[in-house]
Design a protein around this ligand. Structure first.
Ligand code: NAD
Length: 361
């Protein structure tokens, strides 16, 4: 099987789909790997490391994907690229955001199978292939660092000859994968951390990381299927917004990560709640990509709301591209192994994992 790794061309994308360590494993398992020149450079993996792992380096995208059975990349493929991939091949990449109907038509016309990384089912068997989890881990960590550097304060309590400094107060909304990592990171930096999630199971996880759960009585658990949260009723949403508004008036940094699968992110911080925050406070809205948890968030921008900075970062995982690629690559390696049989591609649409990831017109 011939596997191609193109250089990423999307703006803000510094990751690479396969790092040299995974390439070496694929080659050991019987594949040939062709990596486009400088594909890993932005993530800290120069061509020489791929060559040492046994890969061939190709000068451009056409030479990289020519004769490939499988293309592994991060960003969704573009139409020009699809026309260069051999008919009947396969692509493993994110399909959203960015996958377009035109590209899908081109893929179907060339009988290429598109396997969307973000569609990996959240089941135990697929945990090691779960890019949502691995990349959310990086984003949660980075969100705290971003917020900490935007704050006019330091996070830890310090006792110095110039007096004692109180620790900063950090509040994390949504205690899923990103939120729990944000809590852990803020705690390591010495902040006093509180957190809120609508799922009852999250309370224990918040506490186990040394944070205090914010309790808002919403009349029961909001856990839906697969460990995800259910959307709130209008009353519950109002109670949540009110409870959060009251709490964040005394907080320095808010990191918000709340999401409902397949829907716009819920608005949990209203403009009026932001007005109630202290001057100099910061909100880092990790849900910016799906509409934002704060009413004032603008994706990809930092809004100054009367002295409160509302940061809506995009592509945070890519800002720690070395480790993000390392984890992404291990996820992809496990998935590629899953769709390989006797050293050849074996895409079984009836398989629970593969079937869920296949993009259909
Ligand atoms: P997510 O990105 O969909 O959402 C982030 C968090 O926001 C969730 O914890 C959710 O409960 C919370 N949330 C939603 N609406 C909210 C609201 N109105 N107010 C406050 N919080 C709100 O979730 P995720 O990080 O992908 O993980 C969600 C769950 O899935 C967790 O229980 C996690 O352990 C589980 N999970 C399972 C697997 C697996 O089995 N393979 C993999 C990853 C995650």
């Amino acid at each position: 099987m011939r596997i191609a790794v193109p250089r990423e061309r999307a703006p803000r994308e510094s990751r690479v789909a396969l790092v040299p360590e995974s390439v070496a494993k694929l080659i050991k398992a019987g594949s040939t790997v062709v990596v486009e020149h400088d594909a890993g450079l932005a993530a800290g993996f120069p061509d020489a490391q791929y060559t040492a792992a046994g890969a061939a380096i190709a000068p451009d995208i056409a030479a990289t994907v020519a004769a490939s059975d499988l293309v592994c990349q991060v960003a969704p493929p573009e139409a020009g690229e699809v026309s260069q991939i051999p008919e009947g091949g396969a692509i493993v990449a994110y399909w959203q955001p960015g996958g377009s109907a035109d590209v899908l038509t081109a893929i179907v016309a060339r009988r290429i199978r598109m396997l969307a990384l973000e569609r990996v089912p959240r089941i135990t068997r697929a945990q090691s292939m779960d890019v949502l989890s691995s990349q959310a881990t990086v984003a949660g960590y980075k969100a705290v660092l971003l917020g900490a550097s935007a704050l006019p304060k330091m996070l830890p309590m310090l006792t110095t000859a110039a007096g004692t400094l109180a620790p900063a107060r950090v509040f994390v909304i949504g205690a899923g994968v990103a939120g729990l990592q944000a809590i852990a990171t803020a705690r390591r930096l010495g902040a006093v951390v509180s957190a809120f999630d609508v799922r009852t199971a999250a309370q224990e996880q918040i506490q186990s990381l040394g944070a205090t759960p914010l309790k808002i009585d919403l009349g029961g658990d909001a856990e839906g299927t697969g460990g995800y949260a259910k959307a709130q009723s209008e009353d519950q949403a109002r109670l949540t917004q009110e409870g959060i508004a009251k709490h964040i008036a005394g907080v320095d940094l808010v990191v918000t990560t709340a999401a409902i699968p397949g829907r716009r992110a819920p608005i949990l911080i209203t403009a009026s709640a932001v007005r109630g925050m202290k001057t100099g406070s910061v909100i880092v809205d990790l849900a910016a990509e799906t509409g934002g948890n704060c009413e004032l968030t603008k994706a990809g921008e930092t809004v100054d709301a009367g002295g409160v900075q509302v940061i809506g970062p995009l592509g945070l995982a890519s800002t720690a591209a070395f480790h993000a690629s390392q984890m992404l690559s291990r996820n992809i390696l496990t998935f590629v192994t899953h769709i390989t049989k006797d050293a050849a591609l074996n895409i079984d649409a009836s398989d629970e994992i593969t079937g869920a990831m296949l993009v259909k017109p």
